[in-house]
Design a protein around this ligand. Structure first.
Ligand code: ADP
Ligand code: MG
Length: 464
């Protein structure tokens, strides 16, 4: 930083962002301006960064004046505002600087004002896109690979291949994420293409409003110049006959003009209740890609990615634990991660399986069922990759003896069985052997943090 102007620092930046938030409102702030970071202030040039090129363009095109004004208010010496692209955790991408000068409205790149108008009018009618929902941020696994590949294809080719692309799957599995990613990609590749993304509810609402104001021709007009139409959660129009009718016509008209359509729903076209047959068959005539429920591997992959993006260190044991225990959907899992991080930052504790267990109690609703010694033996044998019969066998090699001791320890701490009872279940061993095992494992847990985490993880897995 330049000595003369030390008065613009992280604090000034914090205040400036707060002011921006007040001016543009929480929504716009969270969608766009939040991603701006302070890079440097040197020689009257204030440099800011954003993680993607698209975000940079969007900010420059839509918020340049507001940002500039706030900067000037906070420090009169700022003459030039520079916004560059710096991916999260990466370096500045060379050649991405957009300069906004104080005295004129020009910046060094050729910038076509019409583009920004297309963006705005398109999104005025449609819904705003979440900058986090990009292909880069989407973790691909078996359950979603088809949907992902199809979405990428649609985004990357202007020639219409499958029409419509119909994505379906349960709540929180990434349908909306993929649709936004398609929109971002298309706009990035060719900002002149007109992409409209909106929910089926919004479509319906606009149509009903048009009916009320007897202005359906204007409603139809809006769709005429669209290149790509994306309608999210189309199950919402089930039973709404008028809307369906209108949707059907819009849909047909666009398909006839060879415009791309992308639809999402929570069910396959043929399973959509309360939707006219002809619409169902129309919806299913392109490519239908379903997103399956997540697998453990995918959940873990997503958590690792999200933790990295947030720049927080989370022990892998904790991530494994969350992926095992929160199976409903990705949104819930993300929520759990956020809560955990927030808790750790606020309270100042480190993140561990134990804190996760406490903080996420309500999500983890552990069942009250009785756990048997056999179940414990089975889980432990699986975990250490030994045979179940080794739990009862007289073999004493370390590779089976230690897991056996762990299983005894867990039997003691999870069930209410007595030492002799436990001994009997482990091939008729004496109660002193069990006692010894319990002591030994307790010692090891004390001595070795990793070992301790491992045991705690096992405990929770058995408990679930
Ligand atoms: P849906 O529209 O299917 O209900 P969303 O697209 O809103 O689900 O996804 C819910 C949340 O989960 C979003 O924050 C999204 O980013 C995240 N998510 C879902 N699937 C993935 C994935 N494969 N990779 C990364 N994030 C994902
Ligand atoms: Mg959705």
């Amino acid at each position: 930083m330049n000595d003369t102007f030390l008065d613009f620092d992280e604090n000034s930046w914090g205040r400036l962002k707060k002011n921006l938030k007040k001016i543009v409102g929480d929504n716009s702030y969270n969608n766009w301006l939040k991603h701006l970071d302070l890079l440097s202030f040197e020689k009257n040039i204030l440099s800011l960064s954003v993680p993607t090129k698209f975000l940079r363009d969007w900010l420059v095109n839509n918020y340049a004046d507001k940002i500039k004004l706030e900067c000037r208010k906070s420090n009169y010496n700022i003459e030039v505002l520079k916004i560059v692209v710096k991916p999260i955790g990466g370096r500045i991408v060379p050649g991405t600087a957009r300069i906004i000068k104080n005295d004129d409205k020009q910046w060094n790149n050729t910038f076509d004002i019409r583009k920004s108008q297309t963006y705005t009018s398109a999104t005025d009618f449609g819904a705003p896109l979440d900058p986090r929902f990009t292909f880069d941020n989407f973790v691909v696994g078996k359950p979603n690979e088809l949907a992902f590949a199809a979405s990428q294809r649609v985004a990357e080719t202007e020639k219409v291949t499958f029409n419509p692309l119909f994505l379906y799957g349960g709540v929180g599995l990434g349908k909306t994420h993929l649709m936004h990613a398609i929109a971002w990609k298309i706009k990035e590749r060719n900002p002149n293409r007109k992409v409209i993304y909106l929910s089926a509810e919004k479509f319906m609402y606009q149509f009903v409003r048009a009916l009320r104001y007897k202005d359906t021709s204007a409603f139809k007009e809006q769709f005429r110049s669209i290149d790509v139409l994306m309608i999210d959660d189309v199950q919402f129009i089930s039973g709404k006959d008028n809307t369906q009718e209108e949707f059907f016509h819009t849909f047909n008209a666009l398909i006839e003009q060879n415009r791309q359509i992308v639809i999402s729903a929570d069910k396959s076209p043929s399973d959509l209740d309360g939707v006219q047959e002809r619409l169902k068959s129309r919806l299913g005539c392109g490519l239908v890609a379903d997103i399956h429920p997540t697998t453990y591997e995918l959940r873990l992959g997503i958590l690792i990615e999200k933790a990295q993006k947030r720049g927080v260190e989370i022990p892998s044991k904790v991530l494994e634990f969350l992926s095992h225990r929160i199976v409903s959907n990705v949104r819930e899992m993300e929520g759990a991660l956020n809560r955990l991080v927030a808790h750790a930052t606020l309270v100042g504790t480190s993140i561990s399986v134990e804190t996760a267990q406490v903080v996420l109690q309500d999500l983890l609703k552990s069942s009250n069922r009785k756990i048997t010694i056999e179940e414990i033996q089975k889980k432990v044998a699986e975990h250490f990759n030994i045979r179940l019969t080794d739990m009862h066998s007289p073999r004493r090699s370390r590779s089976v003896a230690r897991p056996r001791q762990i299983a005894m320890y867990l039997a003691k701490s999870i069930t209410s069985r007595s030492l002799p009872e436990i001994g009997r279940k482990f091939g008729g061993r004496d109660h002193t052997t069990v006692m010894h095992a319990v002591k030994k494992i307790e010692e090891l847990k004390q001595e070795d943090n990793n070992f301790n985490d491992d045991i705690e993880l096992l405990k929770r897995l058995i408990d679930s």
